[in-house]
Design a protein around this ligand. Structure first.
Ligand SMILES: [Zn+2]
Length: 222
């Protein structure tokens, strides 16, 4: 959902973003309010299947997931419960990123965990687009909003993509966690409106298809 052009742009816009570090539009200042914390109840636990080809250490993946979990718990009352890490030595049949999403869907067939995340920095044949600057750090499918690919293993990348699984009616915001420049460490809090949308879909069934505007990463029927 975000490409390296964003990184370059971030460098250019870095100083322009800084004044918004604690911008009032985020939930940061509300985290300790009793009403806010009440709205977070009850806690939802989502299960995650993490597929890894060894690009990143299991401990790194686990630590990132747990930190993302803590942050989402305090912002939305949603935490990552069960984590199942599966080693995938070969992404058989994967040529494009869409193939990768299909691969993930098939892999999850038996276990039916809520979210599936592929952690890989491996290049696929379709990554020739890299040469054209079309590189993305994370991606989520637009059919179910549950299959996530992480190419840059950071908490912010995981949080950004995971938030897309609950924030369905909008694209990217500006200079917040849901900005296209989400790697900026100061953009780690949801905007208030994004949190509202998140809470609206907090209990969604991940087996059900979603409708999102501007979707580009659909999973074809197989
Ligand atoms: Zn995005």
């Amino acid at each position: 959902m975000c490409n390296w052009l964003s990184v370059v742009l971030m460098g250019v816009l870095l100083f322009g973003c800084l004044p918004f570090t604690n911008m009032p539009g985020t939930v940061k200042s509300s985290l300790t309010l009793p009403k806010f914390q009440e709205e977070n109840q009850p806690i939802r636990q989502v299960s995650v299947m993490a597929l890894t080809d060894g690009s990143f250490k299991d401990e790194t993946i686990h630590a990132i997931l747990m930190e993302a979990s803590d942050r989402f718990k305090e912002m939305t009352g949603t935490e990552i419960g069960r984590v199942y890490i599966k080693f995938v030595p070969k992404w058989n049949g994967v040529v494009t990123d869409r193939d990768l999403l299909i691969f993930m869907k098939k892999t999850n067939k038996e276990k039916n965990l809520d979210l599936v995340m592929a952690f890989t920095n491996r290049l696929f044949p379709s990554d020739i687009l890299l040469l054209m600057g079309v590189y993305w750090m994370g991606k989520i499918d637009d059919t179910y909003r549950r299959y996530i690919v992480i190419r840059t293993p950071t908490v912010h990348t995981v949080m950004h993509e995971m938030a897309h699984a609950f924030i369905l009616d909008k694209g990217h915001g500006t200079c917040l966690m849901m900005s296209g420049m989400f790697i900026a460490p100061w953009c780690k809090y949801l905007g208030k409106e994004d949190r509202e949308e998140f809470l609206k879909n907090k209990w969604r069934n991940f087996n059900e298809k979603v409708h999102v505007e501007e979707g580009t990463d659909y999973i074809p029927e197989t």
